[in-house]
Ligand binder design. Structure first.
Ligand SMILES: Cc1ncc(COP(=O)(O)O)c(C=O)c1O
Length: 435
């Protein structure tokens, strides 16, 4: 039985100390949940054991980055070997060539790539690359789509009915966002080709890049239609802008990433999470015609790019082993687990009348506390009461030994089994009966 959030636990004691040294007691907002989060002590394959000894099936997997679960023996071995040889050098290493080759072989459109330390940094790098390539200032993004913490990428991330207006507005995410940021981001609705054509053509001479994710997390991982994806690519070509495909999450969908499934050929692909095997990473890649903005060999490049820990050999070797283990067969297997779970949970919501739904694609899922069909950001939007319904379910699941994200996100990994999916479904049924 779970100790969390009982009094006099180690988690509570850690949180008391944390409150004194970190704003709100955490250093990362996403895993926060009241009254304080459970604290992890160690991971074993599909499971997290918290500091009070409770073992739970981990469905969050560090927000999708641990695609082989925790402490996978082959990744541990590769990293241990590398730690003994040195962890960061200013010289390049063979490990970065190995990982770049592995990515390029999986995704032939990525002829050249540059590494970074996070997906956010890679998104920033891709946006700057689009500006450098075109000499134009503006970026197009989809309303509500999350692309990390670069302020241009955060525009209109959490619009509400009170401010979203008739057509998507360019709304700053955090306090103090300069007007220049909002003025240089154009927001379009998801899966609406006509609106995209009208809005994008209206700004055609100012747009550097069109930033898309085919399965945005804040929209419940619903899929972009092929028509919309193709329209965005065609529009980018038509107006001479770069297509930036954010595959930080969607790369897990297929051996070649979502771009293979959709037949897209982005100018810049942004990667992160799974390509680092559980260590910090990001990357921007694409055809040489676009990636040439980084090439310094004829003098100062259009976009100089560096970073102290960029391509550190720990992330590189872990990423290489992680990708080698991630075969098309294993991807299809975990996509099947995702499908089984989504079908099973939908049936449970139906049978119990619990006012919620589960959406998602491939090995991802997102539980929302309402039944409105989700087709874009506005239809995915949940009221605080609807969020509360997901939080109640999540808290009960924590008690039952399952860790789903507080906002209802989850991912299956290559170490999960069909029996674990059955167990999770049974726990969801029990959790609802307790609520
Ligand atoms: C689609 C997408 N892009 C970018 C990012 C940012 O990546 P990171 O958290 O590594 O900065 C995320 C993170 O969740 C993401 O989901």
């Amino acid at each position: 039985m779970s100790q969390w959030p009982s009094p006099n636990t180690r988690a509570q004691e850690l949180y008391r100390r944390a409150e004194k040294v970190m704003p709100g007691g955490v250093t990362r907002i996403v895993p926060w949940q009241p009254p304080y989060p459970p604290y992890a002590e160690r991971g074993e394959g599909g499971y997290i054991i918290d500091v009070d000894g409770t073992r739970r099936l981990d469905l969050v997997n560090n927000f999708s980055s641990m695609i082989h679960g925790h402490a996978h023996p082959e990744i541990v071995r590769a990293v241990q070997d590398q730690v003994a040889l040195g962890t960061a050098f200013s010289m390049p290493t063979a490990s970065e060539v190995d990982l770049a080759e592995a990515i390029s072989q999986r995704t032939p459109n990525i002829e050249w790539l540059r590494f970074s330390n996070s997906g956010s940094e890679a998104v920033m790098c891709a946006i700057k690359a689009a500006r450098a390539l075109t000499g134009r200032p503006k970026i197009v993004k989809i309303e509500g789509a999350y692309h990390g913490s670069y302020d241009f990428a955060e525009v209109s991330l959490d619009s509400t009915p009170a401010n979203w207006g008739q057509e998507p507005q360019s709304i700053g995410y955090s306090a103090g966002v300069p007007d220049g940021v909002r003025e240089n981001v154009i927001v379009v609705p998801f899966n609406d080709p006509d609106a995209a054509r009208r809005i994008i053509r209206g700004e055609r001479d100012h747009i550097a890049g069109i930033l898309i994710d085919v399965t945005p997390s804040y929209l419940g991982y619903v899929s972009m239609t092929e028509e919309f994806a193709r329209t965005m690519q065609d529009l980018a070509r038509e107006i001479g802008a770069a297509l930036i495909l954010d595959e930080v999450i969607s790369y897990r969908m297929d051996h070649g990433g979502a771009q293979r499934l959709y037949g897209l050929e982005p100018d810049f692909t942004v990667l992160g999470k799974i390509i680092g095997g559980g260590f910090p990473i990001g990357a921007v890649g694409g055809p040489r015609s676009a990636m040439t903005v980084f090439d310094h060999r004829d003098g100062k490049p259009l976009l100089p790019w560096s970073g102290t820990f960029t391509a550190n050999p720990i992330s590189m070797v872990a990423g290489k082993v992680s990708l080698d283990l991630l075969t098309q067969h294993s991807i299809e297997r975990i996509n099947g687990l995702g499908e089984t779970f989504r079908i099973g949970l939908s049936r449970i919501f139906e049978e119990t009348g619990y006012d919620a739904q589960v959406t998602g694609i491939a090995s991802s899922f997102k539980i929302s506390g309402h039944r409105r069909p989700i087709s874009d950001y506005r239809s995915s939007y949940s009221t605080p009461g609807e969020h509360g319904r997901v939080a109640r379910l999540q808290e009960e699941l924590l008690q039952l030994g399952y860790y789903v994200a507080y906002r209802g996100h989850g991912f299956f990994t290559t170490v999960n089994t069909p029996d674990e999916v059955d167990g999770l479904l049974a726990a969801c049924r029990t959790a609802i009966s307790r609520i």
